[in-house]
Design a protein around this ligand. Structure first.
Ligand code: FES
Length: 165
């Protein structure tokens, strides 16, 4: 695997260890992918191919599972995962101006979900189950209630300052 390892930042020994800890069984594929995503914050393509090899199934089968479940991401995620709720309650209370402010502040390019500096991933999600706090933004696991464009800019400023220190 040394040749492949040189072309990728994937730690193949670690992928092997994770897969073997689940007995290289296809029935444990979701758990294996969850563990890999915990390590990388996404599922690198090379890791998926290696898992397929270890389990003895086609790469397409692994890819199929990885793309079927919304919990998995095939794109690298930023250090801060920002989820803007765009469920009905949040939408009518102004989640879209909040989203626009986030995209502008993080310099997110059209069609991208992760900022160029790799710090921020921005996504919309449907109802987070906290409609009474609408509009809601979640950054990593922290919930920010009743957000406005101005309020989220203050939050982002704080995060950016922490990163600059
Ligand atoms: S619609 Fe946003 S929390 Fe329910």
């Amino acid at each position: 695997m040394a040749e492949i390892a040189n072309k990728s930042s994937v730690d193949f020994a670690q992928i092997k260890q994770i897969t073997e800890s689940y007995d290289c069984k296809k029935a444990n594929l979701i758990a294996i992918l969850q563990r890999i995503q915990e390590s990388y914050r996404y599922l690198p393509e090379d890791a998926l191919a290696y898992v397929a090899e270890l389990i003895g199934i086609s790469p397409a089968s692994v890819y199929g599972v990885a793309t079927f479940y919304s919990q998995f991401s095939l794109d690298p995620k930023g250090k801060y995962e920002i989820r803007v709720c765009d469920g009905t309650a949040c939408h009518v209370r102004g989640s879209m101006p909040v989203l626009s402010a986030i995209k502008k502040k993080t310099g997110l390019q059209e069609g991208k979900i992760t900022s160029e500096n790799g710090l921020f991933t921005v996504e919309t999600v449907s109802c987070l189950g906290a409609c009474g706090l609408a509009p809601v933004v979640v950054i990593n696991e922290k919930v920010y209630p009743q957000m406005t464009a101005d309020a989220i800019l203050i939050v982002l400023d704080t995060l950016m300052k922490e990163e600059a220190e």
